[in-house]
Design a protein around this ligand. Structure first.
Ligand SMILES: Nc1nc2c(ncn2[C@@H]2O[C@H](COP(=O)(O)OP(=O)(O)OP(=O)(O)O)[C@@H](O)[C@H]2O)c(=O)[nH]1
Ligand SMILES: [Mg+2]
Ligand SMILES: [Zn+2]
Length: 293
């Protein structure tokens, strides 16, 4: 017997697979399969066969080809990445937002920016204004705002979406609001250091409205190079840069201050441009080092 399903979560070698008719299959990975280096990840479509072990009754025997695969957060086959930022507490980490935007766009995953805790800010509308020229949707959320929750629900239908962002921004809170009950634990943000406490420890997918929504652990750091993204890819997946890159004087322009570069006059936000340049210099320095070895 063979069943097809989708991995909701995987902890300590045990996977929960969303099987036919919503049946939850507890599955492991067979030795041979594992030795070949196949590591299933949350969001994978898989084939399962009976294992004969009553504690872990199913074996994952095949991983279906992935549409996309992120290493951090470890998820596969996404339609949309909800990049979550809070207005305050913790304060926005725009460098992380820029990195997550690049990660989504490099993998052809639609990014959506979510601003939480708008209830705690005097001028929440200004916070993500620098991201308008990116062209992706921006949604503000607060606990008593049902309209924006409905707007978000509309976007999620039939899709596989994943929340990502700093610890404490309210990713699990949003998941709970979507379900109208507590399906994820929620943590406090430390007053003293202004940071979340990494309450969510692993990726969890939930079936939702004909699709799936995933909660993920908060980031402390994320390095584009570790995700295999180089400087040129960063430029090509920064929409404000990509739109005008063809009009730079040099066709190998890196947009880091070269004469005749069109990017500074493209309408890109100054902070976005500075962070792009910082990331670009870091990534290009790594590449030079690689080539020299
Ligand atoms: N005032 C206000 N508080 C919020 C909002 N969203 C979340 N919080 C609070 O922020 C704290 C952290 O929320 P979580 O949902 O645990 O944050 P998280 O992003 O899942 O954090 P990690 O799991 O650590 O990555 C909790 O105390 C929430 O009640 C919001 O829109 N407004
Ligand atoms: Mg959480
Ligand atoms: Zn340029």
């Amino acid at each position: 017997m063979m069943l097809q399903g989708r991995i909701l979560r995987g902890v300590g070698g045990l996977y929960w697979v969303d099987g036919p008719d919503g049946e939850l299959l507890e599955a492991c990975v067979r030795g041979i399969f594992r030795k070949k280096g196949y590591v299933p990840t949350a969001g994978d479509f898989v084939t399962c066969q009976p294992s004969g072990d009553p504690d872990r009754p199913w074996n994952i025997t095949a991983i279906h080809p992935r549409r996309n695969h992120l290493v951090r957060p470890a998820v596969a086959n996404l339609d949309m990445l909800l990049i979550t930022v809070s207005a305050v507490n913790p304060p926005p980490d725009f460098l992380l937002v820029d990195k997550l935007l690049a990660v989504a766009l490099v993998h052809a995953i639609e990014p959506v920016l979510i601003l939480t805790k708008t209830d705690l800010s005097e001028a929440p509308d200004d916070i993500l204004e620098p991201y308008r020229p990116v062209g992706c949707p921006i949604l503000g959320m607060s606990p008593d705002d049902e309209a924006s929750l409905d707007e978000m629900k509309k976007r999620l239908r039939q899709k596989t979406i994943c929340l990502a962002g700093q610890s404490g921004v309210g990713k699990s809170t949003l998941i709970n609001r979507l379900f109208g009950e507590t399906v994820m634990s929620v943590g406090q943000v430390s007053e003293r250091i202004g940071r979340g406490r990494h309450t969510t420890r692993e990726v969890v997918f939930f079936p939702y409205e004909g699709g799936y929504v995933a909660d993920t652990p908060g980031f402390s750091t994320l390095e584009l190079a570790e995700l295999g993204i180089n400087g040129d890819q960063l430029a090509r997946h920064t929409p404000e840069i990509e739109h005008v890159a063809g009009t730079c004087r040099f066709n190998d322009c890196r947009h880091t201050g070269e004469p005749g570069c069109a990017v500074p006059d493209s309408g890109i936000d100054q902070g976005r441009l500075e962070r792009y340049r910082l990331l670009r210099e870091q990534l290009d320095a790594l590449n030079t080092y690689d080539r020299g070895r």
